[in-house]
Design a protein around this ligand. Structure first.
Ligand code: ATP
Ligand code: MG
Length: 550
């Protein structure tokens, strides 16, 4: 009896195309195969997270496979360091590849296929320089000019191509071109170069080759040899699809992989091209590829952004054919939502101001919920005392209207503790406030408040005698706002994107494992880390969207 194929419901246009292929009997769902194809010439960024979401996600949906395919046809820019970093980033994001392979694994076959094209009169060796080829390509409105070498016989081409491979010629002296149509409306089809001479040491094949295949020619072959059924890539390759198809048809691939293009992820105030990111690193504008302000996956990881939040973001922005730009605040909202549900709460002070409760003696321990959104999270105990530290911005000598924090004669509730009234303050010789003096209302303890006093504001605090010093790091976007979009990034650098404060934290934060995310009450989401003896609280995302306000 024939088994009925169950086709999963399509949720985007790529899945619709795959479903049509399945319905047409071209393949079964579990035969769906994709590949994630990074070039190992830099670190992955959040745009690649989208590509992984599309490639790994599609394969997962159908019960098929997704390979990790390193597109290493460009030996001068590629390094093993990048290969290792890319692998680590994919694992961090939570994906597993079926097979790891490299374009260079297939160099022998790619070469043999080129000889076959030559023998069939579909490719020729051309002596024009790269410059001359560019100048004879024509324009969108004018056809190109045929190369004077186009008429070489297959035998002559084969001899020259073998000599190219043997190292007889210098870089750029000759190349191999597909013999298509110099009048084709699509410029990519005007006798494109498919092999070039490059005397460079490759990070995997060493000095075995001095000719390297071009991406447009190598990619369809590598897809086919891996068994890729659907080759998912970004829109800039749409105009290259006729060439992708020509290679597959000319070489008789059956089944021929099908290329489908989707829109790139673009995020406001963020540069996402490796070339630019590399420049930021090389010019010392950031601390490295994994600087917490970088949109690289290693940067996000170092920032403390959970991989699950990145996947969630990719799922929510969806897969579309139309180009668009996503607001950075939308990415932050996804991170915030995830951390709100998963991060414990604690108190830390960014810019401490001493507060003394003149009528309080002794000490007591107060209970705090670890995470009020999670009933099972339990509680932690915090020592309360006479000497506290509060946020400097929670006290004002000259309060604006509706200022519900501490001011002269004002009352405020200290989070989960007592209501205090501000009686006075001390200043240094310059008039800066050095200490706030308060009295507390003993009957106002949280949970058993019988004082009848209403305090409109609640502020966080730490115990001055039982706290740990903490360096607090806050971040803003590396680039100033989107109005500057047309300018070079160097003119858009936000010089204030990293700010460092000498803060204080409750000891619970120092006891947490390295890298644990916390919501610092009324402040933001921070991760803990230690540098030597020093506790560092490093901002993951602010508590509210203050991005658009700045
Ligand atoms: P960059 O322009 O940043 O150097 P790239 O496209 O050259 O990126 P590759 O290593 O070639 O980087 O990319 C691997 C895969 O990731 C490709 O299929 C590419 O289309 C995809 N990709 C790269 N950037 C984005 C992005 N912003 N959104 C979605 N997919 C992307
Ligand atoms: Mg690329």
């Amino acid at each position: 009896m024939e088994e009925k194929t169950v086709i999963p419901e399509a949720t985007n246009f790529i899945e619709q195309i795959i479903n049509e292929d399945i319905a047409a009997g071209k393949l079964r769902p579990e035969q769906v195969q994709t590949r994630f194809p990074p070039e190992p010439n830099g670190y992955l960024h959040v745009g690649h997270a989208k590509s992984m979401f599309v490639n790994f996600g599609t394969a997962l949906k159908y019960g098929g496979k997704c390979n990790l395919f390193f597109d290493d046809t460009n030996p001068s820019k590629e390094k093993t360091e990048f290969v290792d970093a890319i692998r680590a980033d994919i694992h961090w994001l939570g994906y597993e590849w079926a097979r790891e392979c490299y374009a260079s694994d297939f160099f022998d076959t790619i070469y043999e296929f080129a000889e076959r094209l030559i023998l069939e009169g579909k490719a020729f060796v051309c002596d024009l320089s790269a410059e001359e080829i560019k100048n004879t390509r024509g324009t969108l409105t004018e056809p190109g000019i045929e190369s004077p070498y186009r008429g070489r016989t297959p035998e002559e081409n084969l001899k020259l191509f073998r000599e190219m491979k043997a190292g007889k010629y210098a870089d750029g002296e000759k190349c191999l071109r597909a013999k298509l149509d110099m009048a084709a409306p699509n410029v990519n089809m005007r006798d494109p170069v498919i092999y070039r001479i490059l005397h460079a040491t490759h990070h995997r094949t060493g000095d075995k080759w001095c000719i390297y295949p071009m991406y447009d020619y190598a990619h369809p072959i590598c897809d086919y040899l891996q068994g890729v059924t659907h080759s998912l890539c970004t829109l800039e390759f749409e105009d290259h699809r006729p060439l992708y198809d020509w290679v597959g048809i000319s070489l008789g691939f059956d089944p021929k992989p099908r290329q489908i293009e989707f829109a790139r992820l673009n995020i406001t105030n963020t540069v996402m091209s490796k070339r630019y990111l590399k420049k930021l690193v090389e010019e010392g504008k950031v601390h490295g590829w994994d600087d917490p302000r970088m949109p690289t996956l290693s940067g996000l990881r170092n920032r403390g952004i959970p991989a699950a939040a990145v996947r969630d973001f990719c799922a929510r922005i969806g897969i579309a054919k139309a180009q668009s730009e996503c607001e950075y605040s939308y990415f932050e909202a996804c991170v915030r939502e995830y951390l709100n549900a998963h991060a414990e709460r604690a108190m830390g002070i960014v810019d401490p101001l001493p507060l003394t409760i003149t009528n309080y003696e002794g000490e007591e321990e107060l209970d705090f919920d670890k995470n009020p959104t999670d009933e099972g999270a339990g509680t932690r105990r915090v020592k309360f005392g006479k000497h506290l530290l509060i946020e400097r911005s929670d006290f004002s000598l000259d309060p604006p209207p509706k200022y519900f924090r501490l001011k002269k004669d004002g009352v405020v509730r200290l989070k989960n503790a007592y209501i205090v009234r501000c009686d006075g303050w001390n200043t240094d010789e310059n008039g800066n406030v050095t200490e706030v003096l308060c009295s507390y209302i003993p009957e106002s303890r949280s949970g058993s408040d019988t004082s009848g006093i209403k305090a409109k504001g609640v502020i966080q605090w730490v115990n001055a005698e039982a706290c740990v010093p903490a360096e607090v790091r806050q971040y803003e976007s590396l680039l100033r706002d989107a109005d500057y979009a047309g300018q070079d990034f160097s003119e858009r650098m936000n010089e204030n994107s990293e700010r460092i404060f000498a803060g204080a934290a409750e000891p619970y934060l120092a006891e947490a494992a390295e890298g644990t995310p916390f919501q610092l009450l009324r402040t933001g989401y921070y991760k803990t880390c230690t540098e030597g003896e020093k506790l560092v609280l490093s901002e993951i995302v602010s508590l509210k969207d203050n991005f658009n306000k700045k």
